[in-house]
Write a protein that binds this ligand. Structure first.
Ligand SMILES: CC(C)(COP(=O)(O)OP(=O)(O)OC[C@H]1O[C@@H](n2cnc3c(N)ncnc32)[C@H](O)[C@@H]1OP(=O)(O)O)[C@@H](O)C(=O)NCCC(=O)NCCS
Length: 140
């Protein structure tokens, strides 16, 4: 298994994978144009896991200059429970840390038991003291 930087050339394969692994989390922010902007904004930080030339896992990693954020942590169903997710998350956090950022946040749906178990196993601490509030900027 190889873990390497995700580039925009991976987009079609990665998006097809997300339709299987992460459909609920997809939005306009995942179209090609916005993904290219994201990858340029967070140069070299997002990763894919490759086995026999096929992308089997992804992690988007970035930071806003203050805190790190991970999105679309995903592994193809037939490759799960082999620590591929763990390796991807570790690489993502190493990349965020290398930028001088001390803390990484993830968002996880409340009923995503697998996701919660995964992040807990990795060592993430569940916050009981914060809610996520979102605003649609197009309302302005
Ligand atoms: C979450 C996900 C990325 C984990 O990928 P993975 O490669 O299977 O994870 P790992 O093999 O590195 O698992 C590490 C540990 O996480 C926990 N874990 C992972 N999957 C689990 C599951 N289905 N049930 C319970 N615990 C699980 C376990 O503690 C596991 O260690 P173990 O296998 O020794 O018991 C994968 O299940 C996935 O793509 N899910 C769909 C997308 C998703 O929900 N992503 C998270 C968004 S918040």
């Amino acid at each position: 298994m190889l873990i390497r930087e995700m580039t925009i050339e991976d987009y079609d394969e990665v998006y097809a994978m997300w339709l299987t692994t992460s459909k609920r989390a997809l939005s306009k922010a995942d179209n090609r144009e916005q993904m290219e902007r994201y990858l340029n904004h967070n140069k070299g930080m997002s990763q894919v896991a490759v086995i026999d030339g096929k992308i089997v896992g992804t992690v988007l990693a970035g930071h806003d200059g203050r805190r790190g954020f991970i999105h679309h942590m995903a592994v193809m169903p037939e490759y799960r429970r082999r620590r591929i997710g763990h390796s991807l998350a570790q690489k993502a956090i190493e990349m965020i840390k290398s930028q001088g950022i001390d803390k990484t946040h993830i968002f996880c749906y409340q009923n995503n038991e697998t996701g919660q178990s995964f992040w807990r196993d990795f060592g993430f601490e569940k916050r009981e003291d914060v809610f996520v509030y979102s605003y649609d900027n197009n309302k302005l």
